[in-house]
Design a protein around this ligand. Structure first.
Ligand code: AMP
Ligand code: MG
Length: 349
C-alpha cells in the first residue's frame, strides 16, 4: 500500500456552512484530486471521497481494508444532490427526509447513473444520508460532489468518535483528517430500506424505530437483526465489527453474576476488564473497570461506547466482560454493536 502524508486541520464544529474556511478549502481540494479525507459527522468520523470517482472510492476500501462487497453510504449536503444519485424518491422517503434530514438516518433507494461502481458493491440500490454536522456539510458543499463515506476506522475496529481514533488507525494511509472534536451521537446512522413496500430497518442506529413509526406508520426490521441464521440485507452486517483486541463477552445477568465471571477468569491467570456504567463501576473488582455513560441515559452510553472499547486496547486485557443494556430506543443500536463486537460471545445467568 502506498504511504501518504496525512494532513491535520483543526476546525470549530460550529462553522457556518456557507462561509469559506481555509482548512475546509484545503481538504476539499484534496477531495477534488481524488484523495480521501476524514471528517466529523454527528454520528462518528467518516472517511470521504468523491462518490463519482472510481479511483477515489477505491482508496477508501484500500485504506480501511474494507471487504469490496460492503457498500458505502453517500453523504449529501442538499436534496438536489439526491436527484442525481437515485432513480426515484418514494413518498415515504420524502416524509422521512422532511422529518430527519439532516440527521442520523440513511435511506436506501434504487440507484441512478454515474455513481462509482464500488460505492454500491454491485447492488442495484444506493444508501444516502444528509449529516447533521456543519463541518461535514461545509466540506461536501466546498467539494461540489456527494461524498461516499464509511466510518473512518480500519475495518473490524470500533468506529472513531475522536480525530485521535482516526489518526491511530489511518495516519499514513489517507490524505487528511479534519478534527472537529468529539462526535455527538457516537453510534452510526440507522439504515432504512425504502425500496420495500414497508420501509425496513437494515441497521439500527441514531434514529429509533419508534421515531420512524411516528412519521410513516409501520416499519419492518430485517429478520437478520433478530435471527443470526439469516443473511442480512445490509452486506456490512455479516462481518465482525467494532471489536477491541481483547475477547469481549456480554453478560446477561446481575452484577453479582458478572463479578463471578471476572473471578473465574482471574483465577485462570487472565487479565480482566469490565465494561459498565458510572453508577455500577464501583461494584466490580477487576484489573480495569471502565464506565461507559449512565445507565439512566442510554444516549450517553452510545456516545462513549466506541471510545471505551478502544480504551481497553491500551491496557492489554485478555478478556472484557460487559454489562448488557435494555433494547429500547438507542439501546437497540448499542446492543447491535456490542453483539457484533462480541462475535456472539454471550453468557446468560
Ligand atoms: P459504515 O459506513 O461503515 O457505517 O457502513 C455502512 C452500512 O450501510 C454497512 O452496513 C453497509 O452494508 C450498509 N449499506 C450501504 N449501502 C447499502 C445498500 N445499498 N443496501 C443495503 N445496505 C447498505
Ligand atoms: Mg463502519
Amino acid at each position: 500500500m502506498r504511504a501518504v502524508k496525512t494532513k491535520l486541520w483543526t476546525v470549530d464544529k460550529n462553522v457556518h456552512i456557507h462561509k469559506k474556511y481555509p482548512q475546509i478549502k484545503e481538504a476539499s481540494l484534496l477531495i477534488t484530486k481524488n484523495e480521501v479525507v476524514a471528517f466529523p459527522t454527528e454520528t462518528v468520523y467518516g472517511l470521504g471521497a468523491n462518490a463519482y470517482s472510481d479511483e477515489a472510492v477505491g482508496k477508501i476500501f484500500e485504506a480501511k481494508g474494507r471487504p469490496s462487497d460492503n457498500p458505502l453510504i453517500v453523504h449529501i449536503a442538499n436534496e438536489s444532490q439526491l436527484q442525481e444519485l437515485v432513480n426515484e424518491i418514494p413518498e415515504v422517503a420524502k416524509k422521512l427526509m422532511d422529518a430527519f434530514w439532516p440527521g442520523p438516518l440513511t435511506l436506501v433507494f434504487q440507484k441512478g447513473e454515474g455513481i462509482a461502481r464500488q460505492v454500491t458493491a454491485g447492488l442495484a440500490t444506493v444508501a444516502v444520508r444528509m449529516p447533521d454536522h456543519a463541518i461535514a456539510l461545509s466540506l461536501i458543499n466546498e467539494s461540489g460532489v456527494p461524498l461516499a463515506a464509511p466510518s473512518a476506522n480500519v475495518s473490524g475496529k470500533p468506529s472513531p468518535t475522536l480525530a485521535a481514533h482516526v489518526y491511530e488507525d489511518l495516519c499514513g494511509k489517507i490524505a487528511g483528517i479534519v478534527d472537529g472534536g468529539p462526535t455527538g451521537i457516537g453510534v452510526e446512522s440507522t439504515v432504512l430500506d425504502c425500496t420495500t413496500e414497508i420501509p425496513t430497518i437494515l441497521r439500527p442506529g441514531g434514529v429509533t424505530k419508534e421515531q420512524l413509526e411516528e412519521v410513516v406508520g409501520i416499519v419492518a426490521v430485517d429478520p437478520a437483526l433478530v435471527d443470526d441464521g439469516q443473511a442480512p440485507k445490509s452486506p456490512g452486517l455479516k462481518y465482525k465489527h467494532y471489536a477491541p483486541q481483547a475477547k469481549l463477552i456480554l453478560v446477561e445477568g446481575d452484577k453479582l453474576f458478572l463479578q463471578q465471571q471476572v473471578q473465574i477468569a482471574k483465577q485462570s491467570g487472565k487479565k480482566v476488564g469490565v465494561l459498565t456504567t458510572k453508577e455500577n463501576a464501583s461494584e466490580y473488582d477487576a484489573d480495569i473497570v471502565l464506565p461507559c455513560g449512565s445507565k439512566n441515559d442510554l444516549a450517553t452510553v452510545a456516545q462513549h461506547l466506541y471510545e471505551v472499547l478502544r480504551k481497553f486496547d491500551e491496557y492489554e486485557i485478555d478478556v472484557i466482560y460487559s454489562e448488557t443494556f435494555p433494547e429500547q430506543g438507542v439501546g437497540k443500536a448499542i446492543m447491535n454493536r456490542l453483539n457484533k463486537a462480541a462475535g456472539g460471545n454471550v453468557i446468560k445467568c
